[in-house]
Design a protein around this ligand. Structure first.
Ligand code: 1HE
Length: 265
């Protein structure tokens, strides 16, 4: 487990492995289709708040035949309104740590990516799907509402009307459909998701730190700003990024013909 030993008190439902600069997180509760109980959500928050030094990208995937069947419905006990709000906020805090943590996150999707499972996937930065993946928000049919951030994150991926349709009608999107509407950025052969995610994670890890930081933390804020404020933020970040020694070195290498051209492997 290398330098992840400080996270050894994490839930048994999250298995960790370090490969170079990449941390692989496996949701490991296949007998319950990787349903996300409170313990797992709190452990995700702890993990993503304590990404070890030296880790530059996280890959998250699910054990068994499914990424995740969402909220552990067996824990959906009687809650009063305030307890219900706190429970939803617990998910928000955890998934905010995934989205706005220290390093980019690549999710590998197969089988059920439903309810809270889709909420977790949508907090990642890159989603790689296998053909078995299917997407749904069964909250509509279960008589509840999304509570793990779906109403904020999913319309940004696929538009509000598609999310309304998923919840009004129980519509299930296939992996192919999900890829074409933007639920995943990649669609690969069955069983190839982890390998593709690792390939992408290695590319992400090789970027300048400031570029990854700006993509994770500044771009989402720019896209929610007015044009005037967004353009100003862009200029500020561009100037900061350009002034970093790492950026100067990368530009020098390109000008000397020593860096890869666009599209070169
Ligand atoms: C579960 C859960 C779960 C399975 N919570 N225990 N999510 C859902 O509404 C999806 C519910 N699950 C399913 O529709 C199906 O399980 C699957 C399509 C994902 C997989 O089907 P299958 O045939 O492979 O498995 P199964 O036989 O349905 O389930 C195997 C076991 O996992 C079984 O337990 P067992 O003790 O009888 O063996 C199931 O009860 C258990 N299981 N899914 C608890 N979700 C922050 S708000 C988010 C709100 C939501 O996410 S709501 C959507 C919840």
């Amino acid at each position: 487990m290398n330098n992840t030993s400080n996270l050894s008190t994490l839930s048994e439902t999250l298995l960790l492995e370090t490969v170079g600069e990449i941390l692989i997180v496996r949701i490991s509760r296949p007998e319950k289709r990787n349903a996300l109980n409170d313990e797992t959500i709190l452990s995700l928050e702890k993990l993503f708040s304590n990404i070890p030094d030296g880790i530059k990208c996280v890959v998250i995937h699910g054990e068994g035949n499914h990424f995740s069947a969402g909220l552990d419905l067996s824990e959906l006990k009687e809650r009063d309104v305030v307890e219900g709000i706190f429970h939803s906020r617990m998910w928000h805090h955890a998934l905010d740590k995934v989205q706005f943590g220290k390093v980019p996150v690549v999710a590998v999707l197969h089988g059920a990516v439903v309810g809270g499972g889709l909420e977790l996937a949508s907090a990642a930065h890159i989603r790689v799907a296998e053909p078995s993946a299917f997407y749904a928000l069964p909250e509509g049919q279960r008589g509840i509402f999304v509570g793990g951030g779906a109403s904020v994150r999913i319309p940004k991926l696929i538009g509000m009307a598609r999310m309304q349709d998923m919840m009004f009608t129980g519509r299930v999107y296939t992996a192919e459909e999900g890829y074409s509407i933007g639920l995943s950025q990649y669609l690969v052969e069955e069983g190839q998701g982890l390998e593709k995610a690792m390939e992408l994670a290695r590319k992400i890890s090789s970027n300048a730190g400031m570029t990854n930081y700006a993509l994770m933390h500044v771009l989402p804020r720019i896209t929610e700003s007015s044009q005037e404020q967004g353009l100003m933020m862009e200029s500020l970040v561009a100037a900061i990024a350009q002034s970093a020694p790492e950026a100067k070195e990368r530009l020098r290498l390109f000008l000397e013909g020593k860096a890869k051209k666009v599209g070169e492997a």
